[in-house]
Design a protein around this ligand. Sequence first.
Ligand code: GLN
Length: 244
Amino acid sequence: MKELKILYLYPDILELYGDYGNIQILSYRLKQRNFKAIIETYSIGDPPPDFKSYDLVFAGGGADQEQEILSQDLIKYKVSIQEAMDQGVFFLLICGAYQLFGKYYKGVNGNLIPGLEIFDYYTEAMDDRKKRCIGNIVIETKLYDNITKIIGFENHGGQTFNVSNPFGNVLVGNGNTFNDTKEGFFMNHVIATYLHGPLLAKNPELADYIIKYCLDRKYKENIILEPLNDEFEKKCREQLLNLF
Ligand code: GLN
């Protein structure tokens, strides 16, 4: 039986607005097709994970305080994370985790939380903590050759600058900064985004993009995923898109 090994980083610290749902969706969509999902977790105090032994690494969002708690721990793994990324392991990073893979996060009080510096972007919070990008968001992106709409929910004070390859064009909502035209960061096997949702529950096509990438890479085949019955998901998406 083909399987994917997923590493869920800091589940006890980084989890906002149902981010764990992304793991559940990946497991569900794998199991429906008779693939096995092996989910392992890592948090502060656990033995160091061998990042390159995983097919996918996932981390969710967290408030500034949480980011502060774990950033030093995460930075210990910079070399190992970079190595896994260079070897093509898929990284799905939501909001707070998205920010921590950049150069730094500067909080409301000017406090600097160092990032992994894997990517060149950096994030700075607005001076006024009440000024946040909050609400539903729809972006348009290209997955393989398909232009598709990705639906989510954003809630971040951080404004992310210097993003070389955005995840998508904003149709509704803010994105990387207030009223931005671009959202997130995208690089074939790295998706870093402000979209909670949970992201993959609202966007089954994106979940399958990730699953296919990971299976193709692991088994060195062009795997055609069996279509699932996504009627319910489609109806939900229509409802949400009609709101705008
Ligand atoms: N602390 C970050 C911010 O407010 C991230 C928040 C989040 O992960 N939703 O910008």
